[in-house]
Design a protein around this ligand. Structure first.
Ligand SMILES: *[C@@H]1O[C@H](CO)[C@@H](O)[C@H](O)[C@H]1NC(C)=O
Ligand SMILES: *[C@@H]1O[C@H](CO)[C@@H](O)[C@H](O)[C@H]1NC(C)=O
Ligand SMILES: *[C@@H]1O[C@H](CO)[C@@H](O)[C@H](O)[C@H]1NC(C)=O
Ligand SMILES: *[C@@H]1O[C@H](CO)[C@@H](O)[C@H](O)[C@H]1NC(C)=O
Length: 953
């Protein structure tokens, strides 16, 4: 090329330009970035708060092993001692109990106010009268049945027969000589029996009570740390027991059912101690069934099962039968019940290890929609394509974008892990940091690649956001409620789990799950958390996860890059792009005579000599080297394939034109004429169906990347970053065009001055605050920076006020020097002012091409005569015109106003004036005029005739 300053910018120049732009952009975006990175901090704080609330709940003194200040050595000084003896039943659960106390086994005795009495629903004569309830002296009832009443009564009798007051300090004696019971509800363990630890009295169930039958039971606490052993003392009150014979188990069932406290709506309650059915027992056979009240066992609010006071009820009857067989000397005693010893348990619940997996999955997945929407935003706003058209290659774009997202993700994770560790979340502190680093490193890379891949399929930021968040929440929930159950199911085949982990969300879930498991085990059992050596543990899925995410990362990254280049940006690369790279073409210039060309030109419209001439010029240029023409379009054609039953649409029908340097070619044409399709091909957004174009001798089919470096585009809609200033925009695009240092500064300054954005600090205002006109001027400045040889401007002055417009026109007019400009517009004024030549484009082909004067002369061989009269005189006007010019044509007619075209060779202007004077004397003429053709008339004429021709054929 003749201009050595115009070398294509290198990969690193482009990367540098983009990096500088992004840094400025992100600096403006600082608070949003900060919010994102601080999100994990907020979450960690929330977790810590939750944990501390939970801890205080669990460690409230009412739930913690009771302590007291005790004078252990008897010297007056006291020491804090904790243990069973100072605890309530709730607190006992957390004490260290090396040797639990032995409790006398008790019966469950109904409370006095509920004991069975005679009533309307149970009128059995042998039940006591209701009056005993008021005095609290009701006996407890035991129901008995069996096939042999004599035997049954003997056994029942001997169960509760008293043999005198037991020695209260001797537990064996207590058990032998009394039947102890309590109406308290038992606990879920028996470290501290509420019957002894709490207030209600003990009962001694006897057939007969004497006046002095109360005694005190004491249970020594073997674990006591005080010098004198701690003793639990309770007075046992005698309570009369009545054994009532019933004639069958059905009768007992009925009576128990009716007396039930909760089922009885009239609040008439008849509770019964228990019932024994001796079935077919006899002297040689012991066969008994026992009814006991099991309702207590699940009344705990936490859903824990409680113990039941059942052993003594069984022991009583067994002992009675043994004594019936062997005499009263033989005894079978259930001396005590006792829990197993246990350590002190700190009821500490590691919330992160338990809740962590689902929670942290969400936190990390959160980054995915952030990356995705950011990518789709650039696509939706067409900023990506704008950068591409100004020479930004795919490589630098990928490198810088990827690096940016990686930095943000890495910061996010670092803050998360670091802060989580600082506040002491076991999830982070227990596990090896290196494993965590490797896992998170691979995963965030996989996630970013995945976002790049998904971004290809979205063009709308709203859809992308919605889909992104559905992915986040769906993955978390599916992971927590489906995937985890498979992982925990030891029978589920490992292969199935691996297959599910191919879905990146589940791989993440599994990894976090493993961290959670190891830290939970670590905090409850005092093990180490996950270490490298643990990776070979049998059920540890971390190894598999690491392998999967590492391989998927590389795979997804490659596929995303490939699809992005081939499919998405429409850069016109073939699917075999990567293979073509190996063939390494040299930029080919256009001097390759093509003989096929002749056939494709079979039909040439002889009506359009200017178009034919342009076509011949193009052929000439292609055959002979000619560097003066910057744009040469050679029979370029665009056909959109038929879709949904519609026929295929030919948008551009073999267009040939050549634009020399220093010329501005205006493209006029009605909407849908194919102008946009043509421009799209020229700027590399779409591929031509056939034919091609050469920009500075480079073929648009193969050398688009080179062409981008010497091309400028001013799109119809301003594609600007709201938060960047005008100067920053120009600096960025200038760098992309390989401008550096002082040269860049100067170019930007000149550019700003030329579009009148230099003064008053406008250059350093953010583009979002610009008015429409200023944005437009900035877009034009962008298209001109870096001295491009070819510039496309799509309706550059639409929507501008007249002052801004004339300002802009001056810029474009000055910019024409030394470069070729193709400009589309709907404003005839603009076309006439700016363009050296005009092409009118209708139905995909050029109808005429030439400078405005030529066109007007060719298509405007007539005067336009306008006259406005009252409606009744219209015919007279028509007659008058016919007289003046027999071939005149009426082109417009509306409410007395008529427009005629009169061929110039038929009329003389003087005749027209004369005729009008005459007419004025005959009828009232409101207004009249005679004008030469305007460009607008030419345009309408050409467009109409072409469209008529089109509809006829
Ligand atoms: C019932 O049991 C008593 C006591 O063992 C026995 O003497 C009597 O024969 C038994 N009656 C029947 C009908 O088996
Ligand atoms: C049981 O006793 C009831 C009356 O208390 C009586 O109606 C019923 O017939 C008896 N059943 C048997 C099997 O003897
Ligand atoms: C069994 O125990 C429950 C719970 O205390 C009580 O509501 C119910 O009335 C008792 N049933 C009988 C038949 O004693
Ligand atoms: C105990 O009694 C039941 C009911 O009468 C009877 O079905 C069962 O066979 C008896 N058991 C023995 C070991 O005799």
């Amino acid at each position: 090329m003749e201009d050595s300053s115009h070398e294509a910018s290198t990969f690193w120049t482009q990367a540098d330009a983009l990096l500088r732009k992004n840094l400025t952009y992100q600096k403006r975006n600082f608070s949003a970035n900060l919010r994102l990175v601080l999100f994990p901090v907020v979450l960690c704080l929330l977790l810590v708060l939750l944990q501390s609330i939970l801890d205080t709940q669990l460690n409230k003194s009412s739930k913690k092993c009771g302590c007291e200040c005790v004078d252990i050595n008897g010297d007056g000084s006291c020491e804090k001692v904790c243990g069973l003896e100072f605890s309530t039943t709730d607190q006992a659960r957390t004490c260290s109990i090396p040797s639990p106390p032995a409790w006398p086994p008790l019966l469950q005795i109904p409370a006095p106010q509920y004991r069975a009495v005679r009533s309307s629903f149970d009128p059995s004569a042998d039940l006591p009268d209701e009056s005993c309830r008021t005095t609290g002296t009701c006996p407890v009832t035991v129901l008995v049945t069996g096939s042999n009443q004599t035997l049954g009564e003997i056994l029942a009798q001997s169960m509760f027969a008293s043999t005198g007051i037991p020695n209260p300090s001797n537990l064996t004696d207590v058990i032998t000589n009394s039947v102890l019971g309590s109406s308290t509800e038992p606990q879920q363990d028996n470290f501290l029996d509420p019957a002894f630890a709490e207030a209600p009295p003990l009962y001694n169930a006897q057939l007969q009570c004497s006046s002095n039958s109360a005694f005190t039971v004491s249970v020594p606490d073997p674990d006591s740390k005080t010098q004198t052993p701690h003793v639990f003392q309770r007075e046992a009150q005698c309570v009369t027991t009545k054994n009532l014979w019933r004639n069958g188990s059905a009768a007992i069932n009925d009576e128990l059912f009716k007396g039930y406290r909760k089922g009885n709506l009239e609040r008439k309650i008849n509770e019964i101690l228990g019932a024994y059915d001796f079935l077919d027992s006899d002297a040689t056979k012991y066969n008994v069934s026992i009814w006991y009240n099991a309702t207590y066992k699940d009344t705990d609010s936490g859903g824990n099962f409680k113990l039941m006071r059942l052993p003594r009820a069984v022991n009583l009857v067994s002992n009675a039968y043994l004594q019936f067989r062997q005499g009263s000397g033989t005894k079978m005693l259930l001396e005590f019940v006792k829990e197993m010893p246990k350590f002190k348990n700190d009821t500490k619940l590691e919330i992160t290890s338990l809740l962590g997996t689902l929670f942290f999955t969400w936190v990390i997945l959160q980054l995915f929609p952030v990356v995705l929407t950011s990518l789709v935003y650039e696509k939706q706003q067409k900023l990506r394509i704008m950068m591409k058209m100004h020479g930004l290659g795919d490589g630098p774009y990928w490198l810088i974008s990827y690096a940016y997202f990686f930095t943000i993700s890495a910061l996010y994770m670092i803050v998360f892990v670091l802060f989580g560790s600082i506040v002491g979340l076991k999830f982070f502190t227990m596990n090896d940091y290196l494993i965590q680093f490797v896992f998170y490193f691979f995963y965030i890379n996989l996630q970013i690649s995945l976002a790049f891949l998904c971004a290809i399929f979205f063009s709308n930021i709203k859809t992308a956001t919605v889909v992104g968040y559905i992915f986040v929440f769906g993955t978390g929930l599916l992971g927590g409620f489906l995937f985890q159950s498979f992982v925990e199911d030891t029978k589920f085949p490992e292969g199935g789990i691996i297959a599910m982990e191919l879905y990146p969300g589940f791989a993440l879930y599994r990894g976090l799950y493993e961290f959670g498991q190891y830290s939970f085990m670590g905090s409850t059992m005092g093990t180490d958390g996950m270490r490298w050596k643990n990776l070979s543990d049998g059920r540890n899925g971390m190894t598999g996860v690491l392998v999967i995410i590492a391989i998927e990362w590389l795979l997804v990254l490659f596929v995303a890059y490939y699809l992005d280049i081939v499919v998405a940006t429409g850069s016109g690369k073939s699917p075999l792009y990567f293979f073509e790279k190996f063939r390494k073409k040299r930029p080919s210039s256009f001097r390759r005579p093509s003989f096929k060309r002749q056939e494709s030109r079979v039909f040439v419209d002889m009506d359009k000599p200017d178009v034919v001439q342009e076509r011949e010029k193009v052929e000439q240029i292609i055959l002979e080297p000619n560097v003066t023409h910057a744009i040469v379009s050679d029979n370029i054609r665009k056909v959109y394939p038929g879709r949904d039953g519609n026929p295929e649409k030919v948008a551009v029908k073999g267009l040939s034109l050549a634009v020399p340097r220093g010329e501005c070619l205006g493209m006029l044409g009605p909407n849908g004429a194919g102008k946009t399709s043509f421009i799209s091909m020229m700027i590399g957004l779409t591929q031509p169906s056939s034919g091609t174009a050469y920009i500075e001798g480079m073929d648009i089919r193969t050398n688009m990347d080179w062409i981008y470096t010497s091309m400028g585009v001013c799109p119809q809609h301003d594609l600007l970053w709201e938060t960047l200033t005008g100067r920053e925009h120009l600096l960025f695009y200038g760098r992309l065009k390989n401008l550096k240092g002082a040269e860049l500064e100067q170019a930007v300054e000149e550019s700003l001055k030329s579009v009148n954005l230099f003064n008053g600090g406008v250059a350093d205002k953010q583009a979002g605050k610009y008015s429409g006109g200023m944005k437009r001027r900035l877009s034009v400045a962008i298209s001109l920076i870096g001295d491009p040889k070819v510039v496309y401007m799509d309706e550059p002055s639409t929507g501008l006020d007249p002052a801004s417009r004339s300002n802009l026109w001056n810029v474009v007019k000055r910019a024409k020097e030394g470069r070729a400009i193709i400009l589309t517009t709907h404003s005839m004024e603009e076309a006439e002012y700016l363009c050296d030549r005009l092409g009118i484009f209708v139905n995909g082909s050029l109808q005429c091409i030439g400078n405005p004067k030529e066109l007007k002369a060719r298509y405007g061989g007539s005067y336009v005569f306008t006259m406005t009269t009252s409606g009744s005189n219209e015919q007279e006007v028509v007659n008058l015109v016919r007289l003046l010019s027999p071939n005149a044509e009426r082109t417009y007619h509306m409410a007395g106003t008529q427009k005629f075209e009169m061929p110039k060779d038929e009329v003389r202007i003087a005749d027209v004036f004369h005729a009008v004077e005459l007419a004025k004397s005959r009828f009232p003429v409101y207004a009249w005029g005679l004008s030469d053709t305007t460009l607008e008339d030419v345009f309408i004429k050409v467009a109409n005739s072409a469209q008529q021709f089109h509809t006829l054929t």
